[in-house]
Design a binder for this molecule. Structure first.
Ligand code: A3P
Length: 329
């Protein structure tokens, strides 16, 4: 019998027991009718649960790794493009960078939905340092070796209303087989308010990384989408410093920061051929990652009472944390 992969206690279990393990997890229905599984405090969508468990059990971090973390639809694509550019700025010029021909998600893969979903034990040892990965798991759910090693974690969060609306539009674009069409945010708003959403609860994701960033500022950098929109130069410098590769005076004088911010800007990335016409392996069009990129766009899709209800819940959950959000321009 094959004896690799997953267990809840760290022991290897036969492959055919994995299904049983997943089947034993608490589950709820996602927006599209597919199951969400509750594993170690996170609601994982069906397409991510196996990858999430395998990642949690098996990933071994290097001190040089960079992990980009987020709730979906919080600016992950942007953070990937920015980080890739900062890290590789001495390797690729802005006219040669792979970002011009590759979706940022294909340059910085997700653990749960790319690497460990495609292979239960992907060979990541061959990758040169610094490796850049990304995750939608919560801080507490990360494999022990990430929390225990010297690797760096950058978390991007977005105000809960825009994140919710952005997620709604993203899922609305999915037209997979046996998937319920999602016509309105109201369809599932009660579940959203209970935190039952892909990679939620929102507040647990945000709070875990927020607290970790306060306790270990050298280890976890907490960024806000709205702050990046306000001042990308300041935040790019912060990112580079955090990663231990600050921009030199010469680079600043030569306009390297401006080059990176322009390259990774919404308008530039969105209009690249690869991001207009490409399709991800599971069928998601690359263009789905680029919609409006506005702060306060939730106004078009949430009624004032829905926004008030959801914000109140989030505020109660985050009470005393010192964390707040900008919800309009
Ligand atoms: P909207 O749906 O509000 O437009 P993620 O990358 O985590 O999936 O988040 C997607 C959101 O980030 C979308 O928000 C998308 O438009 C926005 N986005 C994508 N690329 C961006 C960029 N380069 N700059 C700013 N926002 C970007």
């Amino acid at each position: 019998m094959e004896t690799i992969t997953i267990s809840t206690n760290g022991e290897s279990v036969p492959r055919d027991e994995i299904q049983g393990l997943v089947a034993g997890l608490p589950s709820e229905e996602n927006w599209d009718g597919s199951p969400l599984y509750f594993y170690k405090g996170v609601w994982y969508p069906a397409f991510a649960i196996r990858g999430a468990i395998s990642f949690q059990q098996h990933f071994i971090a290097r001190d040089t790794d960079i992990i980009l973390a987020s709730m979906p639809k919080s600016g992950t694509t942007w953070l990937k493009a920015l980080t890739f550019s900062v890290v590789n700025r001495n390797i690729y010029s802005p006219t040669e960078t792979p970002l011009l021909t590759t979706l940022p998600h294909d340059l910085v893969p997700f653990f749960e939905v790319d690497l460990y979903a495609k292979h239960q034990l992907p060979d990541l040892e061959q990758l040169p340092s610094p490796r850049i990965f990304s995750s939608h798991s919560h801080y507490e759910t990360l494999p022990p070796s990430i929390r225990g090693s010297g690797c760096k974690i950058v978390y991007i969060c977005r105000n809960p209303l825009d994140q919710l609306v952005s997620a709604f539009h993203f899922f609305h674009k999915f037209k997979g087989e046996n998937v319920k069409p999602l016509s309105s945010i109201d369809d599932d708003f009660d579940n959203v308010c209970r935190g039952i959403r892909s990679f939620g609860p929102f507040w647990d994701s945000v709070l875990g990384y927020w607290k970790a960033s306060l306790e270990r500022p050298d280890k976890v950098l907490f960024l806000k989408y709205e702050d990046l929109k306000d001042d990308i130069t300041f935040n790019l410098k912060k990112l580079a410093e955090f990663l231990g590769i600050p921009f030199t005076d010469k680079e600043e004088k030569d306009g390297v920061i401006e080059e990176i911010s322009k390259l990774c800007s919404f308008d530039n990335l969105r209009n690249l051929e690869v991001n207009r016409t490409g399709v991800r392996p599971l069928g998601t069009p690359n263009s789905a990652f680029f919609r409006k990129a506005k702060v306060g766009d939730w106004c078009d899709d949430l009624t004032p009472s829905m926004a008030e209800r959801f914000l109140k819940i989030v505020e109660e959950k985050l009470a005393g944390s010192g964390l707040s959000f900008k919800v309009s321009e």
